[in-house]
Design a protein around this ligand. Sequence first.
Ligand code: TRP
Ligand code: ZN
Length: 855
Amino acid sequence: MSEFTPRFLADYQPSPYRIHQTRLVIDLDDHKTKVTSQLSMEKVATDSQPLELDGEHLTLVSLLVDGKEIAESNYSVSDSSLVIEGLSGEFTLDIVTEIDPANNTALEGLYKSGQAYCTQCEAEGFRRITYYLDRPDVMSIFTTKVIGDKASYPYLLANGNPVERGQLENGKHFVTWHDPFPKPCYLFALVAGDFDLLADTYTTSSGKDVALEIFVDKGNRSKAEHAMASLKHSMRWDEETFGLVYDLDIYMIVAVDFFNMGAMENKGLNVFNSKYVLADTASATDVDFFNIEAVIAHEYFHNWTGNRITCRDWFQLSLKEGLTVFRDQQFSADMHSAAVTRIKNVKVLRAQQFAEDAGPMSHPIRPEKVMEMNNFYTLTVYEKGAEVIRMLHTLLGKQGFRAGMDRYFEKFDGMAVTCDDFVNAMAEANNRDLSIFKRWYGQSGTPEVTIEKRYFDERLHLTFSQVTPASPSQPEKQALHIPIKVEFIKPASNEVIEELLELKSESETWSFDVPQSTVVAPFAEFSAPVKVHFEQSDDELLSIVEHAKDSFSVWEAGQSILRKEVVRLMQNDNDEISESVMRTFQAVIDADIDPAFKALMLTLPSFDEVTGSEQNVNAQALVEVLERLKIFVANVFEQPLLSLFDESRKSINSDAQSAPGQRALSSVVLNYLAVKPEHHELVSKLFGNADNMTDQLAALTIAVRQQTSGAGTLLQKFEQQWINDTLVMDKWFSVNTNIPSSDLFAHMEALKTRPDFEMTNPNRVRALVGAFAMQNPKQFHCKSGQGYNFLANMVVEMDKLNPQVASRLITPLIQREAFSGEYQKLMTQALETIIQSPQLSKDITEKLNAALAEQ
Ligand code: TRP
Ligand code: ZN
């Protein structure tokens, strides 16, 4: 398993060669696409290094240097490169390669999604199109001529502006595109197909009209309206918030069904997973609408943070991703409820990024060692990366952060830079020393902060101590610069005081002139991505629930009470539910608060949220305790929950603005009520009356999880209604994996044999396999090991077709640390079966090596 070699950040060297101009002619054909590449190049290094172009899965047809053939002894071709000797000064290369897009199931490089051709080049997919310096610090001006059959591919798209089009013989036509902005090849894109086009224009704050074009499969035009509105909102927001204005005359988005990730920010030509474009109320949920807006914004924001300023090397990925996730989170917060958006972001971070940071693939937001770059598009680089940017925002304030962003663009526009460059711009613009802060970029693991509270000399003394647990690659961890927002709730008056503390050493004590029984709510807004240890009584937590100003603190205090309860119940299995849990629920049910926020307050910690912070977890015991708590709440609060359900259903029609929140609240409430068979009627009524996917899917999911007597019929009805809608059928596959009994395994085998279950479509595979592992902890962690083995087999099968997607699916099997020994052992056995399989990809090999080295 050692045939692959890692790369190290420390080994970075600038490229000895530059590519000034890239002129491509791509003549499309299913199995023999011809790629002609003319590169105007220059050798900038003075030593004798040969030119090493990257290339994979290519057939070299011809090679000319300055228009002439060269001796065979002057170049060599391997399965990953084309090496040319004897080049110097300025020269031109003409390279012709042939590729096979129709057999490209990895979905990297040029491939077919249904009837259309499209490309995915990030991180290192361009090398599957032609031989090139496939690294982000090589930036070039691209001119792309696309040739294709006119009837089948009326639209021929690439980056930049169209400059020429015309007819050719044999029913072919061509369009030539020119992108005036130098860019790395990972931002190259080409799309050819027959689409419906939704077109609009946007007038920038500088008065320029930009053509906005969204291309979708025929018949789906009306489902692109929300994406278009989201794009315009994003453009306005970036002008208003950061003074960033769009720079080309045209901005195109294409939605495709076969896609490895969410979307891709190719310059002027974004390619999206159709799941993040298409929506109408009948077929998409409120959450889908929210996510589409966020992903559209994310890719749009990349035009400045990613494209205009890009990464020097892939170790710097968080330079663009952490920053852009932070920007899209701020945008969502401004468009909707800031409190609810923040809490949802924190839930994802704590449930998933914390597990990653404790697992075998733990890495800093700027990794030091990478074998397969695709393995580093992670929650750590993206979500923790965004938290690191957010901490800068907290430390520098809104205006200071903006000043730092302005400085960053002044200094680095048009360049490929590092995370250090970004932090230096922030430090300079604010005249601040951020040298300790920079440790966040190089240190992996989740820091743990312990808080001790003492009262003497009429002052409250708070001691904050930090520890980051050692990891194999980093046995010694350093103290980090941690911003801590604290709220003090004074007794009697309940007056609230806020402070921002900056912990920069292992331990520090601050003292405050407040009365003795002042309640402390630390890490308001979740001001740092850390685990907090702070002994607080239930009364203190309840006081935070009732009086804290910051909504995150309110939610967190409620969740702390519930988490404590879960942990206690896991230890004493025949214990009663505590009084504090009852008081919390009562307070929340009675509170006059935003329904979306109330829904979050009434949601129990998820299985993953518990395993993200606990250790030695008995998975089945956890499933059972969460179920028991749910039943308890349903029994004790049956009447108030029924009224809450009625009220929220009524207000949906009267107030469109709060309808998504009300729908979320009603489904959280119904989820409790449905543990009682006498309320199953409500579930089938919600399904039957639903005029929108949010309610229909919520009802179906609850029916399946509770195995109501009508569940099977509802699954059938849903299937009949939506059989021709791929994205909705993905939801149907996912709901099927929620079946709580062990019949599930036979059922999933049957689902796999359906003609509409295609292993080559990542959305469909994730809908079945990913959903099973993430949404059904009871069967995934079943003691027979069947759940782990099912996943292991699917990973092996998928790895042969699409390593990138296989490598994401394996995640729940390698994150074993939270579980007790018996589960860890079964997971390891499943991993050992994977390793038996011949010819595993670099992606899977890197993860297995890391996971099995731990044992
Ligand atoms: N840059 C993309 C984003 O975050 C991520 C991405 C899309 C990607 N498709 C990919 C990364 C394929 C690796 C491989 O918006
Ligand atoms: Zn991104």
